[in-house]
Every structure is written in structure tokens, then in C-alpha cells.
Design a binder for this molecule. Structure first.
Ligand code: FEO
Ligand code: CA
Ligand code: CA
Length: 669
């Protein structure tokens, strides 16, 4: 979601609120990164990394800067990054390199299930119809080959699963918000436009992709779908609601931003800016609400006012309005802020909120490199100003034949501290960890049990002494080396005094990408990091690298991030409306980088006022799926700033884009 989205009647300014006012130390000065890297290479750490990378590092380290570059054994048979970079621009269209084609697919409103109600261009579809149509504002996405549970090699048929992050009143209704209190019918439609779409798709003999109508796999999961809480928070007194007096269930998933997927063939959707959907007007909010920015006057979309009222709408009032938690929804926000696991191959499956992975503004989630017999490791960023990067390590080891969701129910959550010498530490958020317990006691913070720690993940990370980051967005793990990359989209609020080696720029309006190597194993407690890329205008240099941005690759506000199987790093941008309108970067875009050479080329520019977010591909890398979110973001009812993808005078619609190479080759070559 753009961080400066404007709307005629809704205040969306709090979508990425700063709620971290903890006193965690920031480093006083920018560390000389050249020195830091020299130490990184020459010290024992560098030796350890060299050992881990083996001979290929030895080959790379003969280069003049000795960068500890990862190994990239290309799967592709054609040279990668062979295309001509797309120029920055402001066309109301998708622009891809010469020799590639792009077409819109599965836009908001596409008939998906049930009676397959057709999309009505004047936005008069009902809530019941929206429940059977593709949702709004596409975001994270994954293509599951139809044979995922077997070979997993199909590149012509599969389940495309994607998030719907939020809604735009000016586009979803004919006249935007036109009455208050909110009509329940409108609210029903808005809740239905959130969540996740599971679409069974296949490629025709002519090469075009289509939805498989009447497939039992086609499914909408919405902001009202019944879900279960699993892991340590299940049954906690703080998730008891009128709907679930035993604290085991909740309804819906909201503000689903980035995504992940598991090695066992399920989808992970991430709840990001969920706090704003609720209101708690009590004189004092519990820390489970206040630290996440639950509003005190009204919910972002006023769903709590839905009239005629019903329990499914009343739950957005999270105040203490009845005698106890079994009779109201004071705990409803505590059932949000989680990673949700969905089995797309079982249409009757109940989504599971995996509470062991922590509660915050989850941007996305990415598995570390898998090793048989070792724990699974997952990384997730908390996209709010000055928030943190987390890592989960499962208690049980991974074995391909028995892996499943149980691995996500039991383990240890850690938060990252980026030291100024290029080293880093994972700090356990575990009530039984003596270091953590001592820090909590010293800070006079009390947690009643591990469920309480997880419900208050941000507070626990404050206590642990994590490094405040410039809005962590997506992560990506190199398929061969296990090296982890994370986008830090921007942070205009960082002052000179608050800069540190990992967040080196004050008023960082263009963002950067950080990366690290775990020491020894993916589950290690220490790592070594450097900055891969400082984003910015032409001429922006990343210190102590040969990377200086040019017209071919200048960018701002990196957000989506993904490694393809060939080891290319795809970078998607989410610049605000003003940054797109006034800056040198043009519309939001997607670039692709070689992580070894740092060669970067712009591959795609999106239509007007959109965000490029969400990416996946077929196993043969010959079809790339990319999502275009909120084209026409600054539209008023009937006055649209984009008409993509339908053209003419049509209202804009978020959609997936299918990209192929005209010669049938590998995407990115
Ligand atoms: Fe939903 Fe942080 O972007
Ligand atoms: Ca995002
Ligand atoms: Ca963003």
C-alpha cells in the first residue's frame, strides 16, 4: 500500500504508523562501511563465510574489491539479463522489454466461483457477488503447479493464489462513501473484496492462460472466512471473544500484503496494516492494541458502524462494551497480525493463523534454505517506521516426507540486531531465555507466558534491543547460497542522530536493500551483513561497490523482492503517489538484479498511480506472473486517474499480469 495514499473521505494516513517509541539505542555515527567490510573479509568471520561458500568465493574474491559474492549456478540455457532495459515513464500501460509480451489476467471482479456473477463495470455488484469474484488490490502471489504434491513440474496448469490487500471506496462503489453510518451491504462487499483468491488456471494451446471455470479449487477467502488460531496463542485468555469463548477461532484475514509458501505446498498470507480496521475508544487501550496503532476514534473504513448491524460487523468495535471478553470483541484485534496458512489444494480446509511466528505488521514471509534433518527457518519483516526484522526457527527438524504445518506451531522467534561492525545477532523472544528474561525484568516489563510474549511481539523486540529499521518489506533467499535479502522501503523520519550502519541515511525517502549470511547454518544465532543497494536517483552510489545507478535502473521505495530459480533478484517498487508524480522515477516499476555483479535492469513499468507487487513464475520460468495493485490510486468516483487494464473511460482494476517471451524463452534472458 502506498504510504501517502489520499482519499476523499477516509484518512489512510495511518497505514504505516510509527508506533515504536521505545528507547532502543541507535548508533551515533555512520560506520565507515569500507572499514567494516574489510574487517568482514579479513577477520575470522570472513574466513567462515569463505569456507561456507567454498571454491566459488575464492574465485570471486580475486576481484579488486573482494566482495563475498554468492554462488549463482544458472539453470537458464540462454544468457540472463540480455534484454534492453525499459525506460522510466508515466504511460497508463504496462511496458516490458522488446521481445516480451504482457497481458492483464484475473482483474478485480472476475467471476471465480459459485454462480460466477459477471463483473459490472459501474461497480454495482453486490456483496454476495463480490464473495464469488476475484477481490480487490492484488498483492503477494504464488503459482502452485497442479502437481505440486508430486513432481511439482507443471508449467501449464496450476493454482494461482494471491492476496487482496485493501479496498478503495472510490472504485469499489459507484459513489464512494456516500452515507454514514455505513450501509451494511457496502461493508459486506468491502470485507469480501479483502483476503485471498485461489484460481485454478491453465495455459491453452495458443499460449494464453485462462481460469478453469467450475473447478473445485476456485475459492475466495475473505475478511469473514472462519479460521483457527494455532500455536502458543490458541486458547489464551487474550483471544477469547464472543465468537470464540475458548479462544480457538476467529473470522477473516485482513490487509494481506506479501506472502510466502511452504515446502509442503501450502500458501502463507501475511496480515500487515490490520490494526486500523478496528476501533477501541476505551479510556486506556491494552498494550496489545496501543503498540500496534488500533485507532481510538473510528476504524479506517468505519465498518463498526455497519447498519443494520450484525455480529460480523460489531466485532470491529474492540472496546470493552460488555461484562467480559466472552460477550464482546475487546480481544478481536488480538486475533489479527499473524501469518495465515492456507491449503489451496483442499477447498474445505480451515485457514490456520500460525501464532508462533509472531504478531506484528507482517509484510511477507520467506523460508530459509531447507536442509533435511535441520529446523525450518523463516524470515518476516514488520513494515512500519522503525520496526524490526524477525526469524523463526522450528523446534522440530524438517524431513521432506513428513513436513507440514505442525513445524510452524512450535519453535523460537528471534529479532535482528545489526551491529555496526557488519556482524549481526538473533535475539530470542522467549520467556524461558535467561537473557531475554533479564532484559524484561530490567525494563520492568512483565509477560505472563509465551502467548503474552507473542501477542506483544513488538514490545518483546523492544525489550530485546533489536535494531530499528527503515520499514522492512519483503525478504528473498538465494536458492543456492541461502543468503537473505530484505528491502527497507523508506523512512523519512530517521534523523541524523538516528542513523546507524544498517540504516545509514537520514530522511531516507528512497530506501535500500540489506543482505546477510547466516554463520554456519541457516538457524545460526549470528550473521554477517552488508548493504546490497542504496536506492535513489541516477548517480546514487552504493559505497564500496561498483554500483552507481543509471537511467536503466534508478529506483525508489523497493518493496516486493523475489529470487527466481536462476538466482536473479526481482525488485518491485512502491513509491507514493507524489514520488511517482514529481520524482525522476516515473511510475512504479520492477527491476531485475544479478546479485553477484550487481548489474540491474528495469524490466517493467506499471500504469498510472499503481504499485507493482507480487511475483511468481511457472517452474520452467517461461511464464511470469506479476501483480499490479491500485492503478488509478488517486481516482475520485467517476473521475479516474487510470483506465488500466480495460481502457476507454473504464474504472481502473487491480490485476495480475502474465508475461511471456515472444520466442518462448526464459523470462529475464
Ligand atoms: Fe503492504 Fe508494506 O506494503
Ligand atoms: Ca508491500
Ligand atoms: Ca510498501
Amino acid at each position: 500500500m502506498s504510504d501517502s495514499k489520499t482519499n476523499l473521505s477516509i484518512d489512510n494516513s495511518g497505514v504505516d504508523p510509527q508506533t515504536n517509541f521505545s528507547l532502543n539505542p541507535t548508533f551515533a555515527a555512520i560506520v565507515d562501511s569500507r572499514m567494516a567490510r574489510r574487517n568482514f573479509l579479513k577477520g575470522s568471520v570472513g574466513a567462515a563465510v569463505a569456507a561456507m561458500l567454498g571454491g566459488s568465493l575464492a574465485a570471486c574474491s580475486s576481484s579488486d574489491d573482494g566482495e563475498p559474492t554468492p554462488v549463482v549456478p544458472p539453470v537458464a540455457t540462454t544468457p540472463l539479463l540480455g534484454f534492453t532495459a525499459v525506460a522510466a515513464g508515466r504511460a497508463d500501460a504496462i511496458v516490458v522489454p522488446q521481445g516480451y509480451s504482457a497481458s492483464a489476467f484475473l482483474p478485480w471482479g472476475t467471476p471465480l466461483s459459485g454462480t460466477y456473477p459477471p463483473f459490472l463495470a459501474d461497480a454495482t455488484n453486490t456483496g454476495a457477488e463480490q464473495e464469488q469474484q476475484v477481490g480487490m488490490h492484488h498483492d503477494g502471489m504464488h503459482f502452485f503447479p497442479i502437481d505440486t504434491r508430486n513432481a511439482g513440474t507443471s508449467s501449464t496448469e496450476g493454482l494461482l493464489v494471491f492476496n487482496h490487500e485493501y479496498i478503495d471506496h472510490n472504485l469499489i462503489h459507484p459513489n464512494g462513501i456516500d452515507s454514514m453510518p455505513r450501509p451494511a451491504e457496502q461493508v459486506r462487499k468491502e470485507i469480501a473484496a479483502h483476503g485471498v483468491t485461489v484460481a485454478h488456471i491453465q495455459q491453452n494451446s495458443d499460449g494464453n492462460w485462462q481460469l478453469v471455470n467450475n473447478s473445485p479449487f476456485n475459492r475466495r477467502i475473505t475478511g469473514a472466512t472462519p479460521m483457527e488460531l494455532s500455536g502458543p496463542v490458541r486458547g489464551s485468555s487474550k483471544v477469547i471473544t464472543k465468537y470464540s469463548p475458548d479462544g480457538s477461532r476467529t473470522r477473516g484475514t485482513l490487509n494481506n500484503c506479501g506472502n510466502g509458501f511452504t515446502p509442503w505446498g501450502t500458501y502463507l498470507t501475511c496480515e500487515e496494516n490490520w490494526a486500523g480496521y478496528f476501533v477501541n475508544a476505551d479510556a486506556e487501550q491494552p498494550r496489545e492494541h496501543s503498540r500496534y496503532g488500533v485507532p481510538s476514534s473510528n476504524g479506517r473504513y468505519f465498518w463498526e458502524t455497519a447498519t443494520p448491524t450484525a455480529d460480523v460487523y460489531q466485532r470491529f468495535n474492540a472496546g470493552s462494551v460488555a461484562a467480559d471478553a466472552t460477550e464482546d470483541y475487546r480481544n478481536e484485534p488480538n486475533t489479527f497480525g499473524w501469518i495465515v496458512e492456507i491449503d489451496p489444494f483442499n477447498p474445505d480446509s480451515v485457514p490456520q493463523k500460525r501464532t508462533a511466528l509472531g504478531r506484528f505488521g507482517h509484510e511477507g514471509i520467506i523460508f530459509g534454505k531447507l536442509e533435511e534433518g535441520k529446523p525450518v527457518v523463516l524470515y518476516s519483516g514488520d513494515d512500519s517506521t522503525f520496526e524490526y526484522i524477525y526469524k523463526f526457527v522450528s523446534a522440530a527438524p524438517y524431513y521432506k516426507n513428513t513436513a507440514g504445518g505442525h513445524l510452524l506451531n512450535d519453535g523460537t522467534l528471534y529479532v535482528a540486531r545489526f551491529n555496526d561492525d557488519g556482524s549481526g545477532d538473533w535475539l530470542a523472544l522467549d520467556i524461558n531465555n535467561t537473557d531475554f528474561a533479564a532484559k524484561a525484568a530490567a525494563a520492568n516489563v512483565t509477560f505472563s507466558d509465551q502467548a503474552d510474549v507473542l501477542l506483544n511481539t513488538r514490545l518483546a523486540a523492544d525489550v530485546a534491543g533489536a535494531t530499528k529499521m527503515d520499514r522492512p518489506e519483503w525478504g528473498a533467499v538465494h536458492p543456492d547460497t541461502g543468503e537473505v535479502y530484505f528491502t527497507l522501503t523508506n523512512n523519512s523520519r530517521r534523523t541524523d542522530e538516528q542513523t546507524d550502519a544498517a540504516n545509514p541515511r537520514a530522511a531516507n525517502v528512497t530506501g535500500h536493500i540489506i543482505r546477510w549470511h547466516e554463520r554456519e547454518t541457516q538457524a545460526a544465532m549470528a550473521f554477517d551483513w552488508d548493504i546490497f543497494l542504496l536506492a535513489g536517483d541516477v548517480g546514487t552510489a552504493t559505497p564500496d561497490t561498483e554500483l552507481t545507478l543509471t537511467e536503466d535502473n534508478h529506483l525508489a521505495s523497493p518493496d516486493g523482492l523475489w529470487f527466481d530459480k536462476n538466482g536473479l533478484l526481482w525488485i518491485q517498487t512502491d513509491m507514493s503517489g507524489s514520488q511517482q508524480g514529481e520524482g525522476p522515477f516515473g511510475n512504479n516499476q520492477m527491476l531485475v538484479a544479478d546479485p553477484v555483479t550487481r548489474q540491474i535492469k528495469r524490466f517493467l513499468v506499471g500504469p498510472t498511480d499503481c504499485e507493482v507487487t507480487g511475483i511468481s513464475a511457472t517452474p520452467d520460468m517461461k511464464t511470469l506472473f506479476v501483480n499490479i495493485q491500485h492503478p488509478g490510486d488517486r481516482s475520485a468516483p467517476g473521475d479516474f486517474t487510470s483506465h488500466w487494464p480495460d481502457g476507454g473511460s473504464n474504472r481502473p482494476r487491480s490485476a495480475t499480469v502474465v508475461i511471456t517471451k515472444d520466442d518462448g524463452g526464459i523470462i529475464g534472458s
